[in-house]
Design a protein around this ligand. Structure first.
Ligand SMILES: CC(=O)SCCNC(=O)CCNC(=O)[C@H](O)C(C)(C)COP(=O)(O)OP(=O)(O)OC[C@H]1O[C@@H](n2cnc3c(N)ncnc32)[C@H](O)[C@@H]1OP(=O)(O)O
Ligand SMILES: CC(C)C(=O)C(=O)O
Length: 516
């Protein structure tokens, strides 16, 4: 049996399913680049049949990422497999992941079929997917609640049909580690052709056991583990990959297996995912939480001062938590930006320092402090050459307790400057109405959250909104020391996402006209 555990990251697929609003293509690309740098073997980039936006992001990720294999999900139906293959075929090597439920409750109540019919759908789908690639993964959805005889029959048939990775998900996080490890052992003992496939596991955290179950499966012989960064995913989430990676590394002697990941990238990847997905990491979260390496009580502090390993089983450096950082603000010069980019692993030839620095200064003036993920986003935007179509040039508000608020905005929309004003029920409402007049587009705001970044009365305000437009939900965020400006930026962020989506749609229509 191999001594290497393959890591499949599904932050962009199962993780994204849990977000209030879908991620933009550029945010997904940024996460994919971070996962590649982390050394993830396989990145599940999306579910292409689910929307044109998802299809485009899988395709762009497949075109960009070179060192991780890209994979996409499909139901056990030909249309889904066609969409996955079309999105992925721009990459030299790719994986199609197809699945169907195997538990009685799913087969009978959800699929409304017999187990025999489901078995046929699964093998048909695997054979069809093999027309596009040799690398086909098959998942028995809700395997954790599937009668073991049926599960073994399905696994055997799937391997015979051509699947080279067989995934055993605990879809609803129901099993315990002993039970789940037992399922893997049973599959090894009872499926005659099991030596022709790798067993993978994909555990959910409904009872807080996803990582423990995944590790029990590795002990029983599973050699692929699926999970997400920060454990984000449907309901209570998926197994947190940063935890799996550090368990395998910290207890390497116990498990006798390792994985490819460069653990020193974990903290940075976690921060990026948290910020881009607007999903804060709880401070006591293992490996990447703010308190994961801080010691509070006197006896512990005394111990750590005498010898760090009295209370630290791994060092902060080993997961990339910086001990000291140089703050990047508008007082920073080119040297610190170059130095930090170097620390982040970029060569001088990867970026144009002057242009990056100009963008950095603009952002630093707005935000106060610029973080690593901002710097990478700036670089990324520079490489993508995407300019925002809607930009806020000026904003004024008059508000008080006894009268309606009045807001006025000056926007740059493409090449044009547009000024508009409106009254509203409070300063944010008036500014939002003024922006809607200026852009001519109205959307329905589903949620509006304000949080403070940092302390004191000059802390940065972060506004996160979700907005619905033409049946789609978008997430926008804005940061500023002025919360009204942060709110305006969050709305313009959404306008820019919609504008980009419209450009993609237009290009597609143009291409299909040309094809006709
Ligand atoms: C466990 C998991 O995380 S699985 C992944 C879950 N992710 C998602 O669902 C996100 C993306 N999903 C979507 O965009 C949409 O649900 C789509 C495009 C896939 C399907 O949309 P629709 O065609 O409108 O169907 P809808 O989602 O309402 O219902 C699902 C249908 O797929 C069927 N189905 C579910 N899983 C499978 C499967 N693995 N193989 C074949 N059919 C399946 C269901 O039985 C149902 O069929 P029915 O219409 O005959 O009752
Ligand atoms: C599609 C499969 C792998 C899944 O997400 C699950 O069962 O949770």
């Amino acid at each position: 049996m191999s001594d290497r555990v393959i890591l499949l990251d599904t932050t962009l697929r199962d993780g994204e399913q849990a977000l209030a609003a879908s991620l933009s293509t550029s945010a997904k690309l940024q996460i994919a680049v971070a996962l590649e740098r982390l050394g993830i073997d396989i990145i599940e980039a999306g579910f292409p049949v689910s929307s044109p936006g998802d299809f485009d992001s899988v395709r762009q990720i497949a075109a960009t990422i070179k060192n991780s294999r890209i994979c996409a999900l499909s139901r056990a139906v030909q249309g889904d497999i066609d969409a996955a293959a079309q999105a992925l075929n721009i990459a030299d090597q790719f994986r199609i992941h197809t699945f169907i439920s195997t538990s009685d409750i799913h087969v009978e109540s959800k699929l409304k079929r017999s187990f025999e019919q489901v078995l046929e759908m699964a093998t048909g789908a695997i054979k069809y997917a093999r027309n596009f690639t040799d690398d086909v993964e098959f998942s028995c959805e809700d395997a954790g609640r599937t009668p073991i005889d049926n599960l073994c029959r399905m696994v055997e048939a799937a391997i015979k049909a051509g699947a080279r990775t067989i995934n055993i998900p605990d879809t609803v996080g129901y099993t315990t580690p002993t039970e789940f490890g037992g399922i893997i052992t049973n599959i090894y003992n009872r499926v005659p052709n099991i030596d022709q496939a790798i067993i993978s596991v994909h555990c959910h955290d409904d009872l807080g056991l996803s990582v423990a179950n995944s590790i029990a499966a590795v002990e029983a012989g599973a050699r692929q583990v699926e999970g997400t960064i920060n454990g984000i995913g449907e309901r209570a989430g998926n197994a947190a990959l940063e935890e799996i990676i550090m368990i395998l590394k910290t207890r390497a002697a116990h498990f006798g297996v390792d994985c490819n990941a460069d653990a020193t990238e974990l903290y940075r990847t976690s921060t990026q995912v948290s910020q881009l997905c607007n999903m804060p990491v709880q401070s006591n979260k293992a490996i990447v939480g703010a308190n994961a390496f801080s010691h509070s009580s006197g006896i512990h502090q005394d111990g750590v001062l005498k010898s760090q390993n009295t209370y630290e089983i791994m060092t902060p450096e080993s997961v990339g938590v910086p001990r000291t950082t140089l703050n990047m603000t508008s007082r920073s010069g080119r040297h610190v930006i170059k130095h930090r980019m170097g620390e982040l692993g970029y060569q001088e030839s990867d970026f144009d320092l002057d242009s990056l620095y100009q963008r950095f200064l603009k952002l630093a003036d707005k935000k106060g402090q610029v973080f690593d993920y901002d710097l990478e986003a700036l670089l990324f935007m520079q490489n993508q050459q995407t300019e925002n179509h809607y930009q806020l040039r000026q904003l004024n508000v008059q508000a008080g307790t006894n009268h309606f608020a009045t807001g006025s905005v000056e926007l740059q929309i493409g090449e044009q400057i547009v000024t508009e004003a409106a009254t509203g029920n409070g300063p944010v409402d008036s500014v939002y109405r003024a922006i809607e007049r200026a852009t001519g587009q109205q959307m329905s705001i589903q949620s509006f959250d304000i949080g403070a970044k940092g302390g004191g009365h000059d802390a940065l305000g972060q506004v996160d909104i979700t907005a619905e437009f033409n049946g789609r939900t978008f997430h926008g965020m804005g940061l500023s020391t002025d919360i009204i400006e942060a709110a305006a930026e969050a709305l313009l962020y959404v306008h820019n996402l919609i504008w980009r989506q419209q450009q993609i749609d237009q290009q597609k229509q143009q291409h299909s006209k040309e094809a006709v």
